[in-house]
Design a protein. Sequence first.
Length: 96
Amino acid sequence: MNPRTFRADTPLQALVLEQALLLSRQLETTADAAPDGQVLARVEALAVPAARELARRAVEAALQAQAAAAEKKGRPAAPAPAAAASGTRAAPGATS
């Protein structure tokens, strides 16, 4: 098979590519080493938790990147809540 080149534009993409390549190598090694009649069970036993961990890491990295970007921007401008006039009380909130 001809080697392919992949380009990651973000750290998240790089993480997902690296982890996916690692997982694919592990799956190939596991499939090659499994005895006849055990290939599916062995590969599936590796793939399911590994894929779950890959998804968890990708979500974590995406959320961290989003949080970092939001912190750089600061809080969005918004009107300040109106202060209650002196001697008046705010109406009580509705309860359910």
